[in-house]
Design a protein around this ligand. Sequence first.
Ligand code: NI
Ligand code: MN
Length: 226
Amino acid sequence: MDFTYYGHACFEVKVNGKKLLFDPFITPNPLAAQIDVNAIRPDYILITHAHSDHIADAITIENNSGATIIAPYEICNWLQKQGIKKFHPLGIGGKKEFDFGTVKMVVAHHSSGFQDGAYGGSSSGFVITSTEANFYYSGDTALTLDMQLIPKYAKMDFVVLPIGDNFTMDYKDAFSAAEMTGCKKVVGVHYNTFDYIKIDTEKASKYFTDNGIALLLPAIGETINV
Ligand code: NI
Ligand code: MN
């Protein structure tokens, strides 16, 4: 399965021929200056919560691509007010089948207010199950025992977790999260973008490897096979 990293917590995964883009935040990210946001044409845009570092380019990319946005109910409402017409709202614990597979919205322990003060509902994570592969993207979150539920839904082929600390889990908590999911392959996101979340990636990688789990840290713009 192709996984393309666009920096921060933004990535695209190709599932059964459909392109799923997560948490679009590219143009405000100086580390992603080489990425042409207008060249990104997903079929779906999945948004975990309302913070600008997860939603900044959602409307631009939706307008360019005609993608369907999958997001918490309150975020869909907010997007509708901005003129977005193709969206599918989900609530925590709910799932829906799409043409690529099934999306289940799961618990994340984090806040979710819009920059303009609007209420974004609960912060969320996603479990994607499909005939091709299964994966979990936690979104911004603390480590939580709820993650023990993930392997009950399906065996995960890979999980995408924040490792940058300060606003979310650090890499050690992300390791514990991976253990709970029973998955041995982690893609680390949400690190190094801002001073608050600068980390020693060598230390993080070594911690994972020493304890038997792979931590993949693709370069911005890089596509890896997961
Ligand atoms: Ni956030
Ligand atoms: Mn964030």
